[in-house]
Design a protein around this ligand. Sequence first.
Ligand SMILES: Cc1cc2nc3c(=O)[nH]c(=O)nc-3n(C[C@H](O)[C@H](O)[C@H](O)COP(=O)(O)O)c2cc1C
Length: 217
Amino acid sequence: MNLVKIMNSRYSTKKFDKTKKISSEDMNQIKELLRLSASSVNSQPWHFVIASTEEGKKKISKSTQGFFAFNDEKVLDASHVIVLCSRTTMDENYLKHVLEKEDKDGRFLNDEIKNSMHNARNTFTNFHKNDYNDLQDWMDKQVYLNMGSLLLGAATLGIDAVAMEGFDVKILNEELGLNKKGLTAVTIVPLGYRSDDDFNASLPKSRLDEEDVFTII
Ligand SMILES: Cc1cc2nc3c(=O)[nH]c(=O)nc-3n(C[C@H](O)[C@H](O)[C@H](O)COP(=O)(O)O)c2cc1C
C-alpha cells in the first residue's frame, strides 16, 4: 500500500452513483475504524448514526435544504451516510462507564492503576470544564480526529467519501432526537462510489507547497 498514492487518489466526492452499495463486510470495517479511533484520555465522546435506507437518508436530508441544498444529493445518493455526533456532557457516570470498560478489557493490573487512570481522566476533563471552558470544543475535536481516520480508512478500502459541515445542525439534532440522548451532530460523511460524471473526480489536487506547511528544525 502506497500511502501518498491513496492520499492523492481520495477526494471529496460531489456525486455518488446511487446504484452502487458498500458491502456489509466493508461497512463492518468502517464501523471498527470509527470505534477504534484514538481520543484524548480515551474519552471516546462520540456516537455515530449510520443511515443506509432511503428512509434514513431522507431524515438526514431534512438538514440539507435551503442554504445547504448543495449537499442534498450527496446524502440521498450515497450508499451509507454517517452522522458523527459528539456528547454534550462528560459527567462522573460516563467517566466511570469508560473506566469499567477499560477494566473489563484488561487494562489495569490492580486497583491503584485503575484509580490513577480515573483521576487523570477526571483532571483532564475538569481542565476543559472549569479552566479552559471548552468542554464541548474538546469533545468535538475528538470527533474530528475520528473523521480524519474515517476519510483515510475509507480510501484504503476503495470507498469514496465526502466530509460535510454544510448542514443545519439544529434540524438534524431534532430529526434524529440527538439532544435528548445527550448528543449533538458535528459532521456528516456520505460514503459510496463516485458517479461517472462527478466533475470533481478528474480535477487535480491543490495543496499549499512544502515550504508553506513545514518548518524543519
Ligand atoms: C471539515 C470539513 C467540512 C467539509 N464540508 C464540506 C461540505 O459541506 N460539502 C462539500 O461538498 N465538501 C465539504 N468538504 C470538502 C472540502 O472542501 C475538501 O476536503 C477540500 O476542498 C480538499 O479537497 P479534497 O478533499 O478533494 O482533497 C469539507 C471538508 C472538511 C474536512
